[in-house]
Design a binder for this molecule. Sequence first.
Ligand code: BES
Ligand code: ZN
Length: 623
Amino acid sequence: MRISVFLLVLSLYIVGCNNTPKSVSPLKINAGNDPHSFSNFNDAIIKKLNLNLKVDFENKILTGFAEYDIENKTGGDKIIFDTQNLNIEAVYIDGNTKTDYVLGKSDSIIGTPLVVNIKPATTKVKIIYKTRPDAAAIQWLEPSQTHDKQFPFMFTQSEAILARTWIPIQDSPGIKFTYTATVTCPTNLMALMSAENDTVYHADGVYHFNMPQPVSSYLMALAIGHVQYHGYNAISGVYAEPGLLNACANELTDMPAMINAAGELYGPYAWGKYDLLVLPPSFPFGGMENPRLTFATPTIIAGDKSLVALVAHELAHSWSGNLVTNATWNDFWLNEGFTVYFENRIMEKIYGKPYADMLAYLGYKDLEETMTDLLEHNPDDTKLFLHLENRNPDDGMSDIAYEKGRLFLKNIEAIVGREKFDAFLKNYFEENKFKSMTTEMFLNHVRNELFDGDTAAYSKINARAWVYENGLPKNYNAPQSAILFKVQQDADAFTKSGNTAVIDTAGYSTHNWLQLIRTFDAKLGIEKLAALDKAFHFTQSQNSEIQCVWYILAIKNNYDAANAQIENFLCNVGRRKFVRPLFAALLETENGRAFAAKIYDKARPTYHAVTRETIDEMMANAK
Ligand code: BES
Ligand code: ZN
């Protein structure tokens, strides 16, 4: 028994080819400073990737190779890649020379190091591999999970550390490389990547890609489906399934204006084209800023352009994130806080200050809620600079990085004035483009460039408190919204009277409605919910944001009339931002728990791994 366990462990350890197995201590071999990568990028680093993949929909497998141009900086004898759940078949260096490699001990969060033997003069490493059907980045969809229900679909989601589940790679945001790729897929489908894309089908199913600007691994992306392209102009357009393309094209007509607005703010768009791919509804995020080709959820296609701020957000990442990148996931706020700030500036330029202020105020309200919750349960996660060592970087994806990050930048803006801050940011993007940034480097920039190195002046922005302390500093400017102040009054009047006529809905946009619904709580009661529903038809809404907040209110008030729609929504939409709070609300009560279990049984197989893992954990904790 002992021996067989020993053999099993040994065989797991040295799986793959290796003539000279060496022991590798996983958490020590990372010679860089990224706690979420095994790679020894200070010694040997990838410079260029040539990816070649064949797509097997039937078996849910990608087969092929990743061939790297590397720089062996220290002339050492190893280069280390990140992998997770990959089948490595062979490794070659400098052409056709087979080389030895070891798959080291696995870590449940960061995967398995692939240690490849190289020569001091090695410049090329080619890894032959296959993905597994349960690769966490990839979701393989049945035709029934798509809009048009005719063809299968697949897409990847690499951020934060899932690129390693479909490509053996040095998977740290601090490393940038250019890439080319060849993808072979069924001829009735189109392949798209975070690179230069074609807009037409290739009869042979073979697609070639080129990404001439250096990018980080979390921006590697591939999607394959039956999609078509609608171009707005030479540099921007939208891909979607044919049955949804018209609606998408109409919804997103402001994309070219957003690109102009962004460029006017912080300098020229650096990536050639900016297109957007509308994915099937199981996409676990609202949007993902894959360079040249944002991936987006179809739940932003509301019919009235009310949810397009998400496009401004993903577009803004073309500067904050894709050009100047968080060096590690501890610096995640540098990606997201900047982007939320920038997003709002784009929105202000196009839709005016009152509208942008309203959006900022709503974000601030989210922050207040998150802050209260985290200060109680996980106070250290309320710092901008995070400590995600030995944790999943997904844990850092909260309103803190996004909204506290934005608030910090808004406060710097208020102190130095917008004009000066804009000039600083423009220069910051220009100076640091195609580089990675740590929080400390950023603060140094602020001190040196915004305050000319004057430490006393710099101290006015209270950077230490914002970045390294819990909660919010004592004094700061909080967003205000004149528009939403009135909504609060309407809501209060209704709560008192139960009469929907007191709600003056003239001029209400989606966000007024959202604020109205969010103002109510579990004490509102079934009758008042029924009255609201009768007057405004929330249960039947086709606006995903309204559906989400209304269904949460319905669950909290045991308003069962919404149950069928709640089930339907959760079985169709896999966007974690909606799915998580809905299940959380259901899990609060005993009846709700049974209902949640029933729904999740059905919905789970349709969710991407990112959403599945979150809900699995919630369900397990609720037992
Ligand atoms: N880059 C993020 C998505 C992300 C973050 C994926 C961390 C994995 C790990 C993207 O830009 C984003 O922030 N999306 C938001 C939308 C935005 C409008 C706040 C989302 O998906 O909800
Ligand atoms: Zn973002």
